[in-house]
Design a protein around this ligand. Structure first.
Ligand code: CMP
Length: 143
């Protein structure tokens, strides 16, 4: 079964949106198989965002994601990587459609509430950066 890595960023945690965000993915039918509230180290942030290393905003990105607790999650389900991206909306909340998480709660690209893996490869990489195998649970849930 496909898995993805989703993370409520420091702005989402601070604005008390964890429950709202978890609820959307639960109601959709996806299964939460791992979760933790955590403070990201600079080292982990730099690894997580390695593909953006050359971008002018890289320093701000690392500073922001390490500025407060995040809520890291692994979700499982049919086509969960692409569907979660749709539910999150476009990266820039100003362009994200109403009804999406960023469209409903975000305003600016640097504080866009949530991160989600963009491919199978990045999902695998990000899940293994944030979770040990024994922190992920397998269980069945009636659909
Ligand atoms: P995320 O999905 O976490 O992946 C990379 C992040 O970079 C993205 O969400 C945005 O929050 C952030 N980002 C993208 N463009 C900019 C920008 N121009 N300035 C600051 N942050 C940005």
């Amino acid at each position: 079964m496909e898995r993805t890595f989703l993370m409520v960023k420091p702005d989402g945690v601070q604005r008390q949106l964890i429950g709202e965000i978890v609820s959307r993915f639960e109601k959709k039918g996806f299964r939460l198989v791992g979760a933790k509230l955590m403070q990201i180290s600079t080292e982990l942030a730099e690894k997580h965002y390695a593909e953006h290393k050359e971008r002018p905003f890289f320093g701000d990105l690392v500073e922001f994601i390490t500025s407060g607790p995040v809520f890291a999650m692994v979700w499982e389900g049919e086509n969960v990587i692409a569907t979660a991206r749709q539910m999150m909306g476009k990266t820039n909340p100003a362009e994200a459609a109403p009804g999406t998480i960023r469209g409903d709660y975000g305003m600016i690209v640097s504080k866009n509430i949530i991160h989600g893996s963009d491919s199978e490869e990045s999902a695998k990489r990000e899940i293994s950066l944030f979770f040990r195998e024994d922190e992920l649970l397998s269980y069945s849930r009636p659909l």
